[in-house]
Every structure is written in C-alpha cells, then in structure tokens.
Ligand binder design. Structure first.
Ligand code: MN
Ligand code: MN
Length: 467
C-alpha cells in the first residue's frame, strides 16, 4: 500500500467524515442488528395506534419487573415503575442511585392516519362509505389505493366496549379509498399536489350489498349497519361517541436484496419508542433515575390530556418525589434532569435531493441523527440545545462508539417540523433531538435502515446508564 501523504493525513485529522454505519459491523454486529430489527418489526406490526402501543409497552414493562406507580407506596433505588395515562401514554422509570434527577427519553406512540368523523356513515352510488378526517400531517393522495385496517374503540349506548383491530388478521376484510383512474384524470392531474386528493375525498369503502326486501333509500348503508348491529350491537349514533382510526393494514417487511431496511407504518415514532423501551429494559442499574416517556398526540401538536404538553411528566416527577420521600421540589427534579427528544429525522431521498442542504442532511444507514434544533423558518418552535449539553452528548457518543451524523431536517425555509423537545425543555431540563433518519416519513409505508435503529438503541441505552 502506498504511504499516506501529509495532506491526506491532515485531512483525516481535521475534516468531518461521513461513512456508512454498516461498514465495520462485521458478522457478529450484523447478527445483533438483524435480531434487534426482528423484535422491532413484531412490535411495530402490533402497535399501530397509541392504544395498542401503550398496551404492548406496558406488557413488556411488566414482564421486565416494572410495577404500576400507583400501587407503590414507597420507592427505593433499583425499583422499576410505570404510569399509565388513559391507556394512551406511558412513562416508566428505573430508580437510580441518584434519585434527584432523571435521564429522560421522550418519544411518541401516535402516527398520522385517517380518523372517522363524528357522523361518518353514508351511501353514494351504490357504495356504503365512512367519512374520515385525517390526523397529523399527511400527503392526502398517499392514502388512496392502500388497504386499510380499522382500529379503535366504540362504547355502545348499552355500555358495551368494543375494540377494533379489523383488517389485521389473515381472513379479515380490509377497507380502501380509491383514487381516480388515469383515463379520466386529465383535470385532476392539472391540480396541485395538495388538491389532487382533498380531505373530503378520503371516504373509505365499507360495503356494496343492499338490504333485502323493500326498495328503500340508502339500502347498502342500512345493510352495513344491520351487520354491524348483529355482530357488535352497534347503532349509527354510537359512531358519534367513538374513537376510530383507519391505518394501513398489514405488517412490516424487509426491504432490499440485502434485507438492510424495513418498510412499515409508523416508524415515526415507534422506532424511537421501541429503542427506548428496549434500552430501559436491557440496561444495567442506572446511576441516576432512568425514564422513558411514550407520549401521545405529538402528530397534532402534543396537546390533550395524553400529549406531552399535558402535566403528566410533572405529575410523574411528583409521584417519584413523594414515594422516595425526597426533600426537593418537582421543579428542582425536572430542571436538573437531562432529556433526549427521541424522534425520527428525515433522510435524503436520492430522487429529491433539492429539499435538503447536503452537508447538513442525514443519509440513511449512516447512524443516529443528532439535531441541535428542529422547528421551521428561522428555528421557529424549536428547542435549541446548548453547546454545553451538545458537548456532553458528544462525549457520550464517542465513549460508546456510536455511529452518528449531525444536521437538520431540510433546507432553510423548505418546511420543517417539530418534536416534543420544546415540551420537555420548558421544565428547564437540557434537551436535544436524537433518532434515526427515515425515508417517506408520514406515508403509509415509511422506510428505515436496520443499522440506524440499532445505533439509536445503543445510544439511548448509554444515555440512560450515564451519570
Ligand atoms: Mn415524530
Ligand atoms: Mn411525525
């Protein structure tokens, strides 16, 4: 091999490198990465909305020895607890030797989807359909021609609770919204992308057979209601008081000849949720209290009684302080805590490089992404991590040989997005956004690299175990 020139050596010493995270994985590393991905894919396929996600998280926590904090009168170092908020968001913690502050991961377990309107059932042109109102930021045309499953909860007038996950099992029926055929789409194709499919066109097909007997109006709709009533005891009015969501049906898949990637619904933000969950389950006894927050409603601004803007985190801190008989205020505990806002970032889609500024954009398969700030338009609505905290995070990344990249979501003023970072940092705790980069984010089928997911898990675990 030729000797390295002085210039080459200097370049290696001074310049930032960006290398594939797969490069030095080796057979053993690859095996660990693929095994981790397998567990994740199972979780992802069963955790499409916040309700099943919270339930699956609590099941895994309980198995690992975590107990409901409301049943614990006193706590001590080493105890594992969780708080369940309405079956839609969860916070868990392992009490550290230092009980006075937390290393906190904050993820979210909701994903964009189609929610039913309060009065959804109607019939038109021989089809019974359900009207939806989309949840979160979507490109509406993505949601046509995709097989959908119905999730959620109806409480009937007589007080029966019915939980749906219809369209997920082998022989279940599925549901769909059809787009217009290309033959007749001349006018449609002249519209702008946001108008090609409009919100009011996201009507889901649910039936086509008219009721037998007298020829009445809306006989297909009536037949659908008849079968729903027979099967579940539901009447039309029950929909107005329910919570129902259409999500893409089916389970995640390996992508690529090398099976390096995963396509699935809801990587944002079940990837970080699962990585955080596994991190707190697998970690050794932490020095300071380790906590993971699985929040809801992030996709619509983190509001509501299960979103990160609620007082749930404060409530949890108060419970810890009381049960540990600590002589500190809630503010003190939260202010002295450190947080990672555990959420996904955007990877450059090679077919659309123009929306990114390449030296500050993430590449898929190049490690976990550290984002000092998120937000949009001059960092509006961003949490902006301090140089001091960024240095701490850097030391942690280096010490644990985590493969990472730094940057921001896209080109200045080309859009942007937020996370729960600003709702964590408002308590005074240091916060930074870190997670894997995703392709096709907020689409019914997002893509993620297995190695990025694994590096995310490794970093989250190191963070929770950190002093
Ligand atoms: Mn997210
Ligand atoms: Mn999102």
């Amino acid at each position: 091999m030729a000797k390295k020139s002085e210039e080459k050596k200097l370049q290696e010493k001074l310049c930032r490198k960006k290398e594939s995270a797969w490069k030095d994985t080796g057979d053993k590393g690859k095996k660990a990465i693929f095994a981790f991905a397998e567990g994740y894919m199972d979780f992802l396929g069963r955790s499409k909305t916040e309700r099943p996600a919270a339930r699956n998280i609590i099941t895994m926590l309980k198995k690992a020895g975590f107990k409901d904090i409301n049943s614990a009168k006193t706590l001590k170092t080493g105890d594992k607890v969780y708080l369940d908020q309405k079956g839609k968001s969860v916070i868990c913690a392992v009490i550290g030797k230092n009980e006075k502050r937390m290393n906190l991961l904050g993820a979210h377990i909701d994903s964009p989807r189609l929610d039913l309107k309060p009065n959804p059932v109607f019939e038109d042109k021989g089809l019974a359909m359900l009207k939806t109102h989309y949840y979160g930021g979507i490109k509406k045309y993505h949601w046509t021609n995709v097989e959908l499953a119905l999730h959620g909860v109806i409480h009937t007038k007589s007080g029966k609770k019915i939980e749906f996950a219809l369209g997920e099992k082998g022989d279940d029926p599925k549901f769909i919204v059809s787009d217009l055929l290309p033959h007749l789409a001349k006018k449609q194709m002249e519209k702008t992308g946001s108008e090609i499919i409009e919100g009011e066109q996201l009507n889901v097909y649910v039936g086509n057979i008219p009721i037998k007997g007298e020829d009445i109006k809306d006989s297909v709709k009536l037949n659908v209601l008849k079968s729903l009533n027979k099967e579940y005891g539901i009447i039309e009015e029950d929909f107005s008081f329910a919570e129902l969501n259409f999500v893409p049906a089916g389970i995640p898949s390996d992508i690529g000849f090398d099976r390096s990637m995963i396509a699935g619904y809801g990587h944002d933000d079940k990837a970080c949720s699962y990585a955080g969950l596994k991190a707190i389950i697998d970690m050794k006894q932490p020095e300071v209290t380790a906590a993971v927050y699985f929040s809801d409603k992030e996709e619509i601004g983190s509001i509501g009684n299960t979103g990160a803007y609620s007082f749930m985190l404060m409530d949890f801190a108060e419970l810890l302080i009381a049960n540990l008989s600590l002589k500190i205020t809630t503010g003190e505990m939260l202010r002295n805590s450190k947080a990672i806002s555990a959420d996904v970032s955007a990877a450059i889609n090679p077919s659309f490089p123009e929306v990114h500024e390449e030296s500050n954009a993430a590449l898929i398969g190049h490690g976990v992404v550290v984002e000092k700030y998120t937000g949009y338009g001059g960092k509006y609505s961003a949490n902006d991590a301090s140089a001091e905290y960024m240095s701490e995070i850097r030391a942690l990344l280096d010490k644990n040989k985590i493969i990472y990249q730094t940057g921001e979501i896209g080109k200045i003023d080309s859009g942007g997005g937020g996370t729960i970072a600003l709702y964590l940092s408002r308590y005074g705790m240091d916060t930074v956004d870190i997670g894997p980069a995703v392709l096709g984010m907020h689409s019914p089928r997002e893509v993620l690299s297995k190695v990025d997911l694994y590096e995310t898990y490794r970093l989250y675990k190191a963070f929770l175990e950190n002093k």
